[in-house]
Write a protein that binds this ligand. Structure first.
Ligand SMILES: Nc1ncnc2c1ncn2[C@@H]1O[C@H](COP(=O)(O)OP(=O)(O)O)[C@@H](O)[C@H]1O
Ligand SMILES: [Mg+2]
Length: 321
C-alpha cells in the first residue's frame, strides 16, 4: 500500500535497450512535497527513470507508482497530473511562444477561454510577455527552457519532472530557472524530481539526492546523512591569511577530536569529530597567538558528497592492484 504522503514509489524498476540494462532494479520512494535530485554521469539512467515514471516507456521488470497510479497501466492519468520538462524541450518552432502554450493547453483539454487565461498567466509568471508572439525558432536555449517550463506547469501538476532543466543555459539563466524551481517547491509544495548533472544548483534546492551509476541506485539520502556515512567528522576551514606552518599544524593536530588536517593556500582545512573539538582548536590557536581571520564549520555540500561517492564507485570498479 502506498501511503497518501508518498508521491512516487518504484519497485525493482528495470529497463534494457539492446540487451543492456539502462535501469537495473530501482527501488525508490519520494515523499509528497519533496525535491529529489536525480544525479549521475551521462548514461547513468536518469532520463530512462523519468520516462518510466511518466509511463512513456514500459519497464521490462518491476513497477512504478506515481500518485498512487501505475505508471504503465494508468499512464494517461499520471501524465494528466504531472508535468515534464524533457531534455530537449520539444517545442514546435513553426509556432510562437503563445501558440506553443495554447496548443499544449488545448491538448490538456482546457476550453479556449480557460486555455487563453492559463497561457497569459504563464507568460507573465515567466516574464515572457515580450517574446509571446515571436516564433520560437529564433529563441535562445534559455528562452526555450523557460517556455518549456511554463508549458510543463500549465495545468498545475502535482509532480514536476525536470530533465536537465539548466543544461545549455548561461549562469544568469541557470540561476533564474533554479530559483523558479525552488519557489515552486517551497511556496507551492510541489514534488519535484530534478534529473541533472549540475550539482551546484541541485544542491541549492533539493532535499535529498539519489545517485545513479550504470543504471543502479548507488546512494540516496540527505547530503548530511550521506556525508556522515562517507567520512568521519565535520570539515572546517580556518583562514590564517597564508598556508598553515608545520608548527601551527602541530598545535591543531594535538587537539582532542581533530581527525585530519590539510594545508590550504589561505590556512588549513581540518576535520573535527564534533563542534566542541572545533571550539578547542580555535581556543588553542588564540592562546598561542596565531592570527585567525576566519573559521567556519562546513556542512557537506551535495557536490562534496557526489564526488566522494563517484570516487568510491571508481575504486569498486577497478580491481585492486
Ligand atoms: N531509446 C533508447 N534506445 C537505446 N538506448 C537507450 C535509449 N534510451 C537510453 N538508452 C541507453 O540507456 C542508458 C541510460 O541512458 P539515459 O537514461 O538517457 O541516461 P542519462 O539520462 O542518465 O544520461 C544509456 O546507455 C543510453 O545509451
Ligand atoms: Mg538524460
Amino acid at each position: 500500500m502506498t501511503s497518501p504522503t508518498t508521491a512516487i514509489r518504484t519497485e525493482a524498476l528495470s529497463r534494457s535497450f539492446d540487451g543492456r540494462l539502462a535501469l537495473d532494479g530501482l527501488d525508490l520512494e519520494v515523499a509528497s512535497g519533496e525535491v529529489l535530485a536525480l544525479l549521475g554521469p551521462n548514461g547513468a539512467g536518469k532520463t530512462t527513470t523519468v520516462r518510466l515514471l511518466n509511463g512513456v516507456l514500459r519497464p521490462d521488470r518491476g513497477a512504478a507508482t506515481v500518485l498512487g497510479l501505475d505508471s504503465t497501466e494508468d499512464g494517461d492519468e499520471v501524465r494528466r497530473r504531472t508535468g515534464v520538462l524533457t531534455e530537449n524541450a520539444g517545442l514546435d518552432d513553426r509556432l510562437t511562444a503563445r501558440e506553443n502554450l495554447e496548443f499544449a493547453a488545448r491538448i490538456r483539454g482546457f476550453g479556449a477561454a480557460e486555455a487563453a487565461r492559463r497561457v497569459d498567466d504563464q507568460l507573465e509568471r515567466f516574464a515572457m510577455g515580450d517574446q509571446a508572439d515571436l516564433p520560437t525558432a529564433g529563441f535562445s536555449t534559455g528562452q526555450r527552457k523557460r517556455l518549456a517550463l511554463a508549458r510543463a506547469l500549465l495545468h498545475d501538476p502535482e509532480i514536476l519532472f525536470l530533465d536537465e532543466p539548466t543544461s545549455g543555459l548561461d549562469p544568469t539563466a541557470t540561476r533564474d530557472v533554479t530559483n523558479l524551481i525552488g519557489t515552486l517547491a517551497r511556496q507551492h509544495g510541489r514534488t519535484v524530481v530534478l534529473a541533472t548533472h549540475f550539482l551546484g544548483e541541485a544542491g541549492r534546492i533539493a532535499d535529498r539526492m539519489a545517485v545513479l551509476d550504470h543504471g543502479r541506485l548507488r546512494a540516496i539520502g540527505r547530503p548530511d546523512d550521506l556525508a556522515a556515512e562517507l567520512w568521519d567528522g565535520i570539515p572546517a576551514d580556518i583562514d590564517l591569511g597564508r598556508p598553515a606552518t608545520s608548527s601551527v599544524l602541530g598545535l591543531i593536530a594535538a587537539v582532542d577530536g581533530v581527525i585530519h588536517h590539510e594545508v590550504r593556500a589561505t590556512g588549513t582545512t581540518i576535520n573535527v569529530r564534533d563542534r566542541a573539538a572545533f571550539a578547542r582548536v580555535l581556543h588553542t590557536l588564540s592562546t598561542q597567538d596565531v592570527d585567525v581571520f576566519g573559521a567556519n564549520l562546513r556542512r557537506a555540500s551535495m557536490e562534496d558528497v557526489y564526488f566522494a561517492l563517484e570516487n568510491s564507485f571508481a575504486t569498486e570498479r577497478e580491481p585492486a592492484t
